[in-house]
Write a protein that binds this ligand. Structure first.
Ligand SMILES: *Cc1c(COP(=O)(O)O)cnc(C)c1O
Length: 224
């Protein structure tokens, strides 16, 4: 793709998001996080040049490498993958804008402890396994609200902003919709939450219609 073709490709995705968000209401604003795990720093630069500012990685070592390689750009970095406790130091050294994936009380405590020691805070979302899939991290919908409140209370260095979920990994749109609606209903009960992060390349329009205000797009934004 030439850079002009790439810009047109991006514009078409933005138009699809625009149409989906207007089906919610005029004031429903959706943020794009470009999931850049499939691509190298040069591809990130190309998308940055078109205007994209928020990028998300799902492996700590990739986040470290890319934040270093792209140090000259004011990119807003998100961490969207499962975080292992032994990677907390490396994650925090990158000063990410938002961690999407708190999936256990132990992880929250470990993060809080390290942040306290460093005199830092971190914006974070708590992950819900809304479709109750074995392969996915996150709290069950039943336990979610209590765990969120517990983390908010016990981990003051974590500034909780809301919820993250991955849509059901099935073909049936009704089942995917149900997983998004479960997430949205939980989001609505959270005190002071502003971020509902759900929707990927295959299901972002449905996610937006179900109330998502942050979509994480990978394969669609970085065509091969
Ligand atoms: C890779 C990834 C995405 C983006 O996936 P695509 O289907 O390529 O858009 C979104 N969220 C998470 C957590 C990811 O790891």
């Amino acid at each position: 793709m030439t850079s002009l073709e790439y810009k047109l490709h991006f514009d078409r995705i933005v138009e699809r998001i625009e149409k989906a968000r207007l089906r919610v209401n005029d004031h429903h604003i959706v943020k794009i996080v470009a999931a850049s795990k499939y691509v190298d720093s040069e591809a990130i630069r190309a998308l940055y040049a078109i205007g994209q500012r928020a990028f998300g990685e799902n492996k700590v070592q990739d986040l470290v490498a890319k934040t270093e390689a792209l140090d000259d750009l004011p990119i807003e970095w998100h961490f969207i993958g499962t975080l292992q406790k032994n990677k907390i130091n490396h994650l925090l050294s990158c000063n990410p804008h938002l961690l999407h994936s708190i999936d256990s009380i132990e992880l929250a405590h470990a993060l809080n402890e390290r942040l306290e020691r460093d005199g830092k805070t971190l914006r974070a979302l708590v992950q819900v396994n809304s479709a109750r899939e074995e392969s996915k991290s996150g709290f069950t919908p039943e336990e979610f609200s209590d765990k969120y409140a517990q983390i908010a209370q016990e981990c003051p260095r974590l500034h909780l902003q809301g919820i993250m979920s991955i849509g059901a990994y099935v073909d049936d749109p009704a089942v995917i919709r149900k997983s998004f609606e479960t997430t949205r209903h939980l989001f609505e009960t959270l005190p002071n939450a502003t971020v509902c992060s759900m929707g990927m390349s295959g299901d972002f329009e449905l996610a937006i219609e179900c109330g998502s205000n942050m979509v994480r797009l990978g394969s669609l934004l970085f065509p091969r």
